[in-house]
Design a protein around this ligand. Structure first.
Ligand code: ADE
Length: 425
């Protein structure tokens, strides 16, 4: 499977899938007008000329457009998967064949292969890392200290990755700038909320084909991803229960009209469980023990640690594949629990991830963050940096334009009022 030529190395499932991948990449492009404009400017200006870049992302049709934009900017880019189950093999093939981008990723790669791909990416001696979950950066710090001097900076896509970067900063090991793409308004308000909301249900439906109306769906975690998931599950007619550990978010969920319960109680009433907390063992032995027969569990958080599958396996007699990406665990108690996507991101394992229209803004942020790191090389302190407000606003403006939506502008009098404090009651 590993092919080596003078110029282009890759490790993908099947090069013959390229024509299908190209067709699907082009389809996704219709919904990605903002990234298209960024790419067109990059082609002219080449802001990343000669920069060695590693992108560790879910290898999807949307990521293909990011990779193409980075290459258009002149980057010497290598793409690896940020999850063993999320790669779209046809896209990986097309990126290699049609766009000349080295890809090391295939759907179903084991963790040893995943780690080998991270090492191959680091062998590229990246100056810029575009990370989704922080695995490349964490490996760089733990295993390739000597390469840190080559690094201009990193950008991070996801909440989980930002939490890891914050921990690195506290531990004093984040000695280079990291751009926080996740917290850009044009990222998390849309990608985390509407992207995760829609694609999580899409994954559950594709995997099981069950009716959601009338079911009790338990959403663990009420961050932006949880909010979107709960909102869309309600939209499908489900009775939604939210679990939280944060008191403010729990109030928010209650006032948004959801029933809020501790997991110990929610476990007894749920038909479908979706974890989106970013933390480990949110569903564990004591919860499996009280679940209904046939309860479905899945995860839409970044890592496969939210559902304690080891605990489930320890009380299981038999695991049977019942549909694609869907396994039935027959417990020794006689009850069954259904697990989708091996507890990995259900929206990417069993569906295609977030729709292109939201990834358009997320990846415009990623591309512009990479450019920002290069144009500000040597000027940024080590640590985590927000995406500049102007960049966020520009992405929003371009998206609105593409959506054909016009908005108002402040009059001079309004502008003056907003900048003054003297007029009151
Ligand atoms: N993360 C979630 N959905 C995604 C997608 N469609 N492409 C890349 N990364 C994603």
């Amino acid at each position: 499977m590993v092919a080596t030529s003078v110029k282009l190395e890759y490790d993908i499932k099947d090069i013959g899938l390229a024509p299908l991948g190209k067709q699907r990449i082009e389809w996704a492009g219709r919904e990605m007008p903002v990234l298209k404009q960024v790419r067109e400017r990059f082609s002219q200006e080449k802001p990343l000329a000669g920069i060695r870049l590693v992108a560790c992302c879910h290898v999807t049709t949307e990521t293909a457009h990011l990779a193409i934009a980075l290459k258009s900017a002149g980057a010497d880019a290598v793409l690896i998967a940020s999850n063993p189950l999320s790669t779209q093999d046809d896209v990986a093939a097309s990126l290699v064949v049609d766009y000349g981008i080295p890809v090391f990723a295939f759907k179903g790669e084991d963790t040893a292969t995943y780690s080998r791909h991270v090492q191959i990416a680091l062998d590229h001696r990246p100056q810029i890392i575009i990370d989704d979950g922080c695995d490349v950066v964490a490996t760089l710090i733990q295993e390739r200290q000597d390469q840190i001097k080559d690094l201009i900076g990193t950008t991070e896509e996801t909440t989980t990755g930002i939490v890891r970067l914050q921990a690195m900063y506290r531990d004093g090991v984040l000695t280079f700038p990291a751009m926080n793409v996740n917290d850009a308004d044009t990222k998390h308000f849309f990608d985390n909320r509407y992207g995760t909301g829609q694609s999580t249900l899409d994954g559950i439906i594709r995997a099981t084909n069950i009716l959601l109306a009338g079911k009790t769906i338990v959403v663990a975690g009420y961050g932006w991803c949880g909010k979107g998931t709960a909102m869309r599950a309600r939209g499908m007619g489900a009775n939604v229960v939210v679990t939280e550990i944060d008191p403010v978010r729990a109030i928010e969920a209650a006032m948004d009209g959801f029933r809020v319960l501790p997991m110990a109680e929610a476990a007894t009433v749920g038909d479908i469980f979706i974890t989106v907390t970013g933390n480990k063992h949110v569903i564990r032995a004591e919860h499996f023990a009280v679940m209904k027969d046939g309860a479905i569990v899945c995860n839409s958080g970044h890592f496969d640690i939210e559902i304690d599958l080891k605990a489930l396996k320890s009380v299981t007699d038999e695991v049977k594949v019942v549909r694609n990406f869907t396994e039935e665990y027959r417990l020794s108690s006689g009850k069954s629990i259904i697990v989708i996507g091996e507890g990995r991101l259900v929206n990417l394992a069993a569906a295609e991830g977030h729709p292109s229209a939201v990834m358009d803004m997320s990846f415009a942020n990623q591309a512009l963050a990479a450019e920002y790191l290069v144009t500000h090389q040597g000027k940024l302190e080590p640590g985590i940096h927000s995406i500049p407000k102007e960049v966020d606003q520009e992405i929003a403006r371009l998206k609105l334009q593409a959506m054909g939506i016009a908005i108002d502008t402040l009059t001079p009098a309004q502008m003056e009022y907003m900048n003054s404090w003297t007029s009151g009651t």
